[in-house]
Ligand binder design. Sequence first.
Ligand SMILES: [Zn+2]
Length: 489
Amino acid sequence: MTTGVGSTEPEKSGGADLRGAGAGSWEPVIGLEIHVQLKTETKMFCRCRNGFGGEPNSQTCPVCLAFPGALPVPNRRAIEETIKLGLALDCTIAERAVFHRKNYFYPDNPKAYQISQYDEPLCARGHLDVPTEHGVTRIGITRAHLEEDAAKNVHVAASGRIHGATATLVDFNRCGTPLVEIVTEPDIHDAETAKRFLQLLRQTVVELELSDAELEHGSMRFDVNVSVRPAGSDELRTRTELKNMNSFSFAAKGIEREIARQIRIYEDGGVVEQETLHFDPAHEESPPLRSKEEAQDYRYFPEPDLVPVEPGKDLVDRLRATLQVLPGARITRIAETLSFYDADVLVTGGLDRLWTSLVDAGADPKEAANVLANQFVAAGIDPGTVDAGELAKLVSARAEIPRAAFDEALAKVGERGFSADPYLEQKVVADTAELDPIIQRIIDANPAQAEQYRSGKEGLLGFFVGRVMKETGGSADPRVVNERVRALL
Ligand SMILES: [Zn+2]
């Protein structure tokens, strides 16, 4: 085994920069498990309302509270939406999928088993192409299956987290919510790509309207498996699992920290233990949660109360026909015209469709992207309300109309019946014959400031430029005003 350069460098603290920890000789191997709650009207196996935010334990019934004799009835909509996601991830849709019981005891699980899928999942063997600055990285999808969510344990502690809690309350409203679990292949080798994958997957499910995927409400959650191996090797070493991360940047930070920790252990001659770590962004250490269960610990067996799911070809074809061009493909396409950064901002900001319309209406692609990513976002306008033809006119005229007129027009661009024309008639005054008399008048009216400027107080230039802009109602070209004020002083 080679020794990394990191061993000769000073120790880095948590959130370590990989380059300091022997990145040249170690390759991180990262796999992700993502849970997405489907936003169906009702729960997975009963008719209780499926929704966040109700009074605790108000959305329950004998099925989701596991009363003896209550039988599950699967939610057709949830099955269709899982298939749709599977198709978006280029998975093979099973002709026959089976629900299994996953047995475990925990307070959030009243049946003492979860209805999940095991060796015959609904969707398998797909991929998601993740555009990055350096081209597209294809991440394999092992499977996407359907299951029911557990109840919500509310940990009573100052931090609201498991670690350090003194009591736990159970809210069964969430119990039985349809949940899709997506498992990736260990195809990811750095924290940034993991983060980008998660962001792109989130946007995909949101655009498919399957889920709100709100991280802060837990409707999208993810666990990360991390191991490291000597660079160039294809072995899979012991991995640890990071659980309960509720933001993409925490995930990236947690991954980097865990990679650095494992490298340190190996370089010190130690052994990485298989364990589940609870990531707490407030602390440098990730405390161990519990040792990781193996599949056999769950004693999976087919759910005797449900028949297999057998989606017909007609259904799969109908769902496939509803798919639009997905966000990853749109980033890649726009990055042919703009930089990757701009393409990413447009697509992840939900602005790319409007951008395409602006370009189709004759706006310059780069200029349109700048206006959308900056002034448009700052003005907080809903892209769906905008007449692209009118906005395109504004974008194209931006350099020729006064800044004040542009800002005013942009603020109104989402209003019904908005017309850019009155604003386009206001031209920037760049004509020195028109500006010089105004500038001279202002200089004459402020002799003290003019004298101070001439004796070296150059900051006063702004004072005069500001007066001129005010006098002209913002219509003067600031570049020309600057130049002429300087000359006339
Ligand atoms: Zn129920």
